[in-house]
Every structure is written in C-alpha cells, then in structure tokens.
Design a protein around this ligand. Structure first.
Ligand SMILES: O=C(O)CCC(=O)C(=O)O
Ligand SMILES: [Fe+2]
Length: 391
C-alpha cells in the first residue's frame, strides 16, 4: 500500500478524500460490523460504579458483579482530576490534528518492532496479509520510570509531556486501587492480583480513527482482548468502542467524566478464569474522527503468571511468551470448527483457523485434563472465537 520510503498512515489516506478504502482495510464479510450506529444500540446498562461510595462491601459487590457479567465497567468519582482527562484528550487530538505530517513523522515508531514507542499505524500486525485497522496511534512508554523518557514524546504543545506524565501517575494509582477491589471481590487479600502482576509496565496509547468512507467494510481496531492485567480507557464524544455482551456487539456510549475499566488477559489467568478479559473492538464512521486514550498495565515480559486459585485452569506462562504467541497464531483467516472435547491440542490448533487468540489453549493444563474439563475448553474457544467472528 505505501510506496517504498513513504510511511503509511491512515490519516494520509483519509485526507485524500477517497471514496473507496484500499483493499488492505477491507474486512472479510464475517468480521464486518453490522451495527454501525454509535448512538443507538449503546450499552444501556454497562455498570457505572461510583468509587466515592463509602460502603466498601457494596463497592466490592458491584465490582465483582460487573467483572462477572461484563469484564468491563465505567468508574466515576475516581479521584483522577476531570481537567486532566480533558487535557489528555486535548493533547492527543492536537498531535494528530494540529501537527503536519512531517512533524508527526519525527516521532515515528520503529515499524520493525512490535511494541515500539511513538507514532504508528500498524500495531500488532502479524504478517503482510493482515487486514489493517483504520487507525493511527501514538504509543507512550510510561512505567516503570526507567522506561519513561518524555524527551521521546511530542513537544509541539508546551505541556504535552507534563500532561502525559501526570496522567500516567494518576492511572497507575487508579489501576492499583481497582486491582485491590477486584481481588477483594473474589475474597482474596487486596494485594493479590497486584502482587501476581508485579511491577507495572504501563503504556499509554492514543488512538486516532480518521473518518472512513466505508465504515461498513472496515474496523478501526480489530476484535481483541488486551494482553495485560487491566486497561483504563477514556474516549471522546464520537463513540465507536464496542464490547461483546451475550454474543452481541454493543457500543459503549461515551461518558465524558468516567473512565472505562477493561479486564485484560492476565487477570483472566490470575483469577483462574473467574473473571474473563473483555473482548472489544472499534468501529469507524464516515463523519467524524474519533480519539481514545488507553492505558495498559502489564506485567514485565519475564514475569511468570499463574492462577491464584486451585485447581488451576491455566498453565503458568511467562508474560513475554504469551505476547509472542499472539504473533505466532494470529490473525488467521478462514472458517473453522469448534473442536470436540477429545481433540488433541494439535487437532485443536489445526482446526482453529478462526481464532486470533487460540493460543490461550496452550495455557489450559493438558489435553487429558481438558477432556475432563470440556466446559472450560468450550468456553475458552467460544470466548476467543467471538473476538474474531462475532458481528
Ligand atoms: O479506541 C478504543 O476505544 C479502543 C482502543 C483499544 O482497545 C486498544 O487500544 O487496545
Ligand atoms: Fe484494547
């Protein structure tokens, strides 16, 4: 799509006012969005949890219920200054809209590294035939402090670096508090999940979705669950984030002062599948650019992650291996079968062409135990299939 030497950015394509998207952005029929409205079909009852509630027992109960039912919830009265949320959105938008392409490209990420800091468009693109997301992004490495180098961040707005650093600090505090409440909601000591995750590796990704001439054929961001432990997300008023609930894609209506909490894969493993990671995606629209800011809290690549409950349903996994396996298995096109409970892992893999996260099967204990745990197999496959196939 891009000619040699010409960096590829969605915003440049959208800026040419094309009426047809380039073929690399066209989703196969089975992953195209069907419910394109961002104003109707929103999630009416995605829980909104008031963290100012002084009744801790009620808070735990509400968080536990939201994790079980949704894997996602909004929090309000979260102690992060509302002005900071607005400034972070404003800084992000200003980078994409007020800087010219040459300025932005000074901050290009390294296209050959999977998680390189900076301005890019092809995060987690596993191979050349991967369908591309209709999205540009800026990824900041913010924690631990040894990774944080504000000099690598844009300088066009005088307070950009200060806002990102402050935002990172506030998100870390909130993520720890939430993991504490999530642990307690399972009857665990407050520090359990945080200790299992270890030192936070935090990234802040500002996603920018330019208007798209064919929203019915494209995705701003393909269906996925986040790899790490917990994601905290804010968005602007445009709307386009969708989550799966009971087999349906539902749009998460933006709530300006709220922060969206998404349970991510490592929390699913640590809680032994009691709380599932939230499968989500972003759709596009033809009228307005959309912006979101996702703050990921991940373990170190060398951290071993395992369930805190017995018997474990997931194998211990080194976080770095978990991330790498995504590239190995994903994203594979074509149909597939839900394997029988007595399939071997190899059979499962062979027939698993539908799933972008089928690697999770590697963490289920063993084929033998799987056979006895057919529900686990089925729900794992089912959940991960949804990410690739649900419309
Ligand atoms: O733009 C959004 O709302 C979703 C972003 C997201 O899921 C991600 O960056 O992982
Ligand atoms: Fe995500």
């Amino acid at each position: 799509m891009s000619t040699a030497g010409e960096p590829h950015r969605v915003q440049s394509i959208a800026g040419k006012c094309v009426s047809v998207v380039p073929p690399q952005y066209v989703q196969p029929p089975e992953t195209r969005p069907t419910n394109l409205s961002t104003t109707t079909g929103e999630v009416p009852s995605l829980p909104s949890i008031d963290l100012g509630d002084e009744c801790i027992a009620r808070l735990r109960e509400q968080i536990g219920r939201a994790c079980l039912d949704w894997g996602a919830f909004h929090v309000v009265n979260h102690r992060v200054p509302i002005d900071l949320l607005d400034e972070m959105r404003h800084m992000g938008k200003s980078f994409f809209e007020d800087c010219n392409m040459d300025q932005k490209l000074q901050y290009s990420c390294d296209p050959n590294l999977p998680a390189s800091e900076g301005y890019g468009s092809r995060m987690l693109v596993a191979s050349n035939d991967t369908i591309l997301d209709w999205r540009d992004y800026y990824d900041h490495h913010t924690l631990p402090l040894s990774r944080r180098n504000p000099a690598k961040w844009p300088h066009f707005q005088s307070n950009y670096r200060q806002v990102v650093a402050q935002y990172s600090d506030c998100m870390e505090v909130l993520a720890k508090r939430l993991l504490g409440l999530i642990s307690e909601s399972l009857g665990l000591p407050s520090a359990s999940i945080e200790e299992a995750v270890g030192e936070f590796y935090q990234n802040i990704t500002v996603s920018y979705y330019p208007p798209c001439p064919q929203p019915d054929l494209t995705l701003g961001l393909q269906s996925h669950s986040d790899f790490g432990a917990i994601t905290l997300l804010i968005q602007d008023d445009v709307g386009g984030l969708q989550i799966i609930k009971d087999g349906e894609w539902l749009t998460v209506h933006p709530v300006p002062d709220a922060i969206l909490v998404l349970i991510s894969d490592q929390t699913e493993i640590i809680t032994n599948g009691k709380y599932r990671s939230c499968v989500h995606r972003a759709i596009t629209n033809a009228e307005r650019a959309r912006l979101s800011v996702a703050t990921f809290h991940d373990p170190a690549k060398t951290r071993k992650i395992f369930p805190v409950f017995k018997p474990p349903v997931y194998r211990e996994v080194m976080y770095g291996d978990y991330v790498s396996s995504w590239f190995f298995f994903s994203p594979i096109k074509g149909g597939g079968l839900i394997p029988e409970a007595d399939s071997s892992i190899e059979d499962v893999r062979k027939s698993a062409k539908m799933s972008i996260h089928i690697y999770l099967l590697d963490f289920v204990l063993s084929v033998k135990e799987l056979n006895g745990l057919s529900t686990v197999l089925k729900t794992t496959i089912d959940l991960k299939m949804k990410m690739a196939y649900h419309k």
